[in-house]
Design a binder for this molecule. Structure first.
Ligand SMILES: NC(=O)c1ccc[n+]([C@@H]2O[C@H](COP(=O)([O-])OP(=O)(O)OC[C@H]3O[C@@H](n4cnc5c(N)ncnc54)[C@H](O)[C@@H]3O)[C@@H](O)[C@H]2O)c1
Length: 385
């Protein structure tokens, strides 16, 4: 598969290496990025990034390729997706594919005109072996009817500090922390519930990455831990005196259209991080933790554990074995028309949920998503002019 890239940062530098490892025909023919943070990763792996172009239009005019891959900061995705779709290309955009609710409606209109099958999304957890087992258990009816979900994504302090130093620290670029980081998890649980969220409430703020919590106040002067993960575009050094406007903890409650209830919790300062779910159905309970690599299913009537699986990390993957699966299936889809487990509409729905949670947090109200879905469905039924 031949690709052109816009936004050759850490993510697409890494993915270029993974795609190259799974596809002998993989080639990056060219890229657009004034300061490509991902280039050293590709060079180290012996993967050429092709020719550098000054704009997406020039890349499209100058090269022939099967897939345009977008790895720029989130607020730029929509315009770049539009240019790719209007040029007749198949496009892969990293998640989140847009950064605001307005942009979600705009992208829905574009997909109505150009076809949702022209856009692929980097919601990599849909390819994780544990998610696939959860999906199978749910589809086989082993949980019965889904009733309620408890879920969380907590990250290590070094990773939280990265968020406070990176472009992701500003909502104008990332959308929000819930959107940028937790859209994966919200998408997974949306898919298991099988209905749209209709009402949400949420609380949160920043308590860890604030000046009063700077370890230097307690005489701890080595802040190397908080600088471990490199940042590129618009990166900064400050961690506890950051100018970020994102949260470092947030809790949320969500009611779905079919009555399922979910709570979700994220914290950016967890020294023993986990990313887990407990899903309760009328006939069973499924529990898993992507970080700890464990999944179990318990049955109501027999009161027994009916499934237990452990998942080892793979050499290639940054996400529990999911990245290489995504690369394989994206190549098979683009070159041979194979199926994909996730669509841009799923990504938009997860994104709208994340952004509605932020709206609820900021306004201190319960947000009703039904008017948003009405507009969204209206945008999806736009006809080509
Ligand atoms: N699916 C996943 O698990 C996953 C993981 C990490 C990041 N991501 C997503 O990938 C995207 C990139 O994240 P990242 O960590 O690689 O960020 P990054 O900062 O490392 O890379 C962004 C790149 O975009 C470039 N850039 C900025 N403005 C540009 C422009 N106008 N035109 C061309 N290039 C431009 C920067 O120079 C930089 O190299 C984000 O959307 C992020 O959410 C997804």
């Amino acid at each position: 598969m031949k690709v052109g890239i816009i936004g050759l940062g850490f993510r697409l530098g890494y993915l270029g290496y993974v795609f190259d490892a799974v596809d002998p025909e993989f080639e990056i023919v060219g890229y657009v990025d004034p300061d490509p943070a991902g280039l050293p990763t590709l060079k180290k792996a012996g993967v050429s990034a092709g020719r550098q172009y000054g704009s997406l239009e020039e890349l499209i005019a100058g090269e022939t390729f099967d897939l345009l891959m977008i790895g720029t900061p989130n607020h730029l995705h929509l315009d770049q997706i539009r240019i790719g779709l209007e040029a007749g290309l198949k496009v892969f955009s990293e998640k989140p594919i847009v950064s605001t609710i307005e942009q979600s409606h705009e992208l829905a209109r574009l997909l109505a005109v150009h076809g949702a099958d022209r856009l692929l999304v980097g919601l990599v957890l849909r390819y994780a072996p544990m998610y696939r087992d959860l999906r199978a258990v749910t589809d086989e009816g082993r949980l019965g009817e889904i009733v309620s979900i408890e879920a969380a994504e907590h990250i290590f302090p070094y990773h939280g500090a990265f968020f406070m130093r990176d472009w992701r620290r500003y909502e104008k670029f990332s959308g929000s922390f819930m959107l940028e980081k937790c859209c994966h998890d919200l998408d997974l649980y949306n898919s298991i519930v099988g209905a749209r969220p209709v009402r949400v409430a949420s609380f949160g703020g920043r308590k860890t990455f604030v000046p009063g919590n700077d370890p230097r106040r307690e005489g701890v002067n080595d802040l190397g831990l908080f600088h471990r993960k490199p940042s590129g575009w618009k990166g900064a050094e400050e961690v506890f005196d950051t100018d970020a406007d994102i949260i470092d903890y947030q809790v949320a409650i969500i009611e779905y259209a079919n009555g399922v209830g979910m709570n979700f919790h994220t914290n950016l300062n967890a020294p023993d991080q986990f990313r887990r779910f407990a899903i309760f159905g009328t006939r069973g309970q499924a529990e898993g933790d992507f970080i700890r690599g464990q999944f179990a299913v318990h049955d109501v009537l027999s009161e027994s554990r009916v499934m237990h699986r452990e998942y080892a990390a793979t050499a290639l993957s940054q996400h529990y074995g999911a990245d290489e699966k995504m690369a394989e299936e994206v190549v098979a889809h683009v070159m041979k028309g194979g199926p994909l487990p996730v669509s841009p509409l799923d990504a938009l729905e997860a994104g709208i949920l994340a952004l509605a949670l932020d709206e609820a947090r900021k306004s201190g109200t319960v947000v009703d998503l039904r008017p948003i879905w009405d507009r969204f469905d209206g945008a999806l039924s736009t006809r080509a002019a």
